[in-house]
Design a protein around this ligand. Structure first.
Ligand SMILES: *Cc1c(COP(=O)(O)O)cnc(C)c1O
Length: 371
């Protein structure tokens, strides 16, 4: 069996251990401590967000963002359909109703036309949507200019799911810092990792303060345990925040490597007209978390995927749209065909920042032999 090539595996720098050791040496082995505070400060410095709350996962961050916006049972939340289920599950934790919005074909992210159509239609049906969760998929920024204009026009707050897009920018501004709140994920497969973790960021510090309060069981100020709100156990541990601090130091290197992966695949595949890559529109900067390709048919996609599998190379079809998932398919949706087409013909290629040139050559030679 040839050596396995993974889609995206953790890539540690060694610097993480310095912070983890500090945590051990000072006995800060708790969901609070200097690494948690430091990690939050450093995320703010990196992204330009005014405030940050380090949490146990990106999913927890989305859940708290919805709670902070007052999303409750029966409320409607507009959400990108082309995403991972973690964008949507927290809507259901609140008993609210996801309304799925299709993608546009340039970035594969939320389509402004479908969004506005959905909002008008929901309002006509008597319901003002409570929030918009829009996702910057695979690191590619969404068309923020148009989406923000629509959200502002109808006065609906945006939660940016930037789980895959830390370090990505639109017109020089970090993804996650445009909306009312933004979230990042530091799960094991993301561009930087704490093994598991997430963060909520905002330019309104009160959101992060309240998120931290809710994430630590909503303890009121009193000498005994006093609670006047439902709380959660969603805080990040000081050990994991230490890993995060080490990872944040090398985030720019990781982005450079991933962008180089993309450039390599793009150049090598240019001769095959049945394979397209997703290019950055003017002013868009993607961290290129995963390089994705769009083939000309389901059969071409499967040929490439199975060819890679035979060579012990992991690739994966793009996310299956949420409106097609058995658990979500009865909810309202506003479609234009883009996410379904991309689902049929899209593939994620090995994109780790630790891929070697030899490994990349193996991937590309396998694809070329199939095309
Ligand atoms: C990974 C991911 C999440 C969830 O983050 P976790 O930290 O794994 O909970 C949410 N949305 C998207 C788009 C993701 O890729």
């Amino acid at each position: 069996m040839k050596e396995k090539i993974w889609l995206s595996s953790p890539h540690l720098s060694g610097e993480e251990q310095k912070y983890v050791k500090e945590a051990f040496d000072s006995n800060w082995v708790a969901p609070l401590g200097p690494n948690v505070n430091g990690f939050e400060r450093e995320i703010c410095a990196y992204t330009g967000a005014k405030a940050c709350a380090a949490l146990s996962s990106g999913t927890a961050a989305i859940h708290l963002a919805l709670i902070l916006l007052g999303v409750n049972e029966g409320d409607e939340v507009l959400c990108s359909t082309f995403t991972f289920s973690a964008s949507v599950n927290p809507i259901r934790y609140q008993g609210a109703v996801p309304v799925f919005i299709d993608s546009e074909s340039d970035t594969w992210n939320m389509c402004p036309i479908a969004l506005e159509e959905a909002i008008s239609d929901r309002i006509k049906n008597g319901k003002q949507p409570k929030a918009i969760i829009l996702v910057h998929l695979y690191g590619m920024p969404s068309k923020m200019h148009e989406l923000m204009a629509i959200a502002n026009k109808y006065d609906i707050p945006i939660i940016e799911d930037a789980a895959e897009a830390i370090g990505s920018k639109y017109k020089g501004k970090a993804m996650g810092t445009f909306g009312e709140m933004g979230i990042y994920s530091f799960n094991g497969n993301k561009i930087i990792t704490t093994s598991g973790g997430g963060a909520l960021v905002s330019n309104e510090p009160h959101y992060c303060k309240e998120a931290t309060f809710l994430a630590t069981q909503a303890r009121d100020a009193a000498p005994h345990y006093q609670h006047s709100k439902i709380g959660y156990n969603y805080r990040m541990s000081n050990i994991l925040a230490g890993i995060g601090r080490g990872q944040l130091e090398v985030l720019n290197d990781r982005i450079n490597s991933r962008r180089k992966n993309f450039e390599f695949y793009k150049e090598q595949l240019a001769q095959f007209k049945e394979v397209k890559t997703v290019n950055e529109p003017d002013g868009f900067f993607s961290n290129r978390w995963l390089t994705t390709i769009l083939t000309d048919s389901y059969e071409s996609r499967e040929n490439i995927r199975m060819g890679l599998e035979k060579e012990n190379i992991e690739s994966r079809p793009v996310w299956k749209p949420m409106h097609l998932q058995p658990v979500f398919n009865s909810f309202p949706k506003y479609l234009n065909g883009v996410s379904e087409t991309v689902f049929d013909r899209g593939l994620c290629l090995p994109s780790g920042s630790n891929l070697t040139d030899t490994q990349k050559d193996r991937v590309i030679n396998t694809i070329k032999s199939v095309c």
